[in-house]
Design a protein around this ligand. Structure first.
Ligand code: CA
Ligand code: CA
Ligand code: CA
Length: 226
């Protein structure tokens, strides 16, 4: 069990070539990872009490902006995801959904727009126009899917065959919830299980657009959690 480990070794760079599937050309991550030893956070009984569903984990939900202030929610909501794989990942046909039945199937329209490079971050946004979405660089625009500002809500990412890749349930009780500030997963613990723990999330501090009151790191590494 991951909880029993005293230390975890984050050394993705050396694992890349070993983990490449048969027939696939080994590729280095777009953003090289430094070998580093990181200490896990203090054990929290809530991890076991809540119980995480099985999540395949190729792509990890790493940041979300549920309550922008510079523009309305209908234009300024977005979700950042990260390709944890050492090879490319095509999100064409994947589904974004929540427990209330809201769902959006990602479609590339026959393009390569939904192919994530190794280690790449994508921003899925409700509005792709930077002139109306608060200057957020969006890779893909979804529809029919919103992020609640107050009630518990979920972001569920699934493959076309229904495989659950990642799931995050957030609220404004256990998670940070200052309007305008995106919520970021601890950069050192980017996994589909660690992101089930509210204690691994924090508010962003960076202003990605000069003069904007809102904070976040869309498409970029997250601010350190204090
Ligand atoms: Ca919202
Ligand atoms: Ca998760
Ligand atoms: Ca980020």
């Amino acid at each position: 069990m991951k909880f029993a480990l005293g230390l975890r070794i984050a050394c993705f760079g050396s694992l890349v070539l070993l983990a490449a599937p048969a027939g696939a050309a080994p590729q280095s991550p777009a953003t090289p990872f430094a070998c580093q030893t990181v200490a896990p956070p203090a054990f929290q009984s809530s991890w076991l009490a809540l119980g995480s569903p099985a999540q395949s984990g190729q792509v990890v939900i790493t940041e979300l902006q549920k309550d922008p202030t510079i523009v309305s929610d209908a234009h300024g909501e977005w979700i950042e995801i990260w390709n944890s794989l050492s090879w490319r990942c095509n999100l064409d046909g994947w589904t974004l959904s929540d427990d209330a039945g809201n769902s959006h199937t990602l479609s590339s329209g026959g393009t390569t727009a939904l192919i994530m490079r190794p280690g790449e971050r994508f921003v899925l946004g409700i509005d792709g126009n930077m002139m109306t979405n608060g200057m957020v660089p969006v890779n893909y625009v979804y529809s029919g899917f919103t992020l609640s500002n107050s009630a518990a809500d979920q972001i569920v990412l699934s493959k076309p065959d229904g495989t659950l890749v990642d799931r995050v349930e957030f609220d404004n009780v256990n998670y940070p919830h200052t309007p305008g500030r995106s919520i970021q997963l601890n950069e050192n613990f980017r996994s589909v299980y660690y992101n089930d723990d509210p204690g691994e999330w924090c508010e962003s501090q960076s202003h990605w657009e000069l003069g904007s009151p809102d904070t976040g790191t869309p498409g970029q590494p997250n601010d350190p959690c204090q």
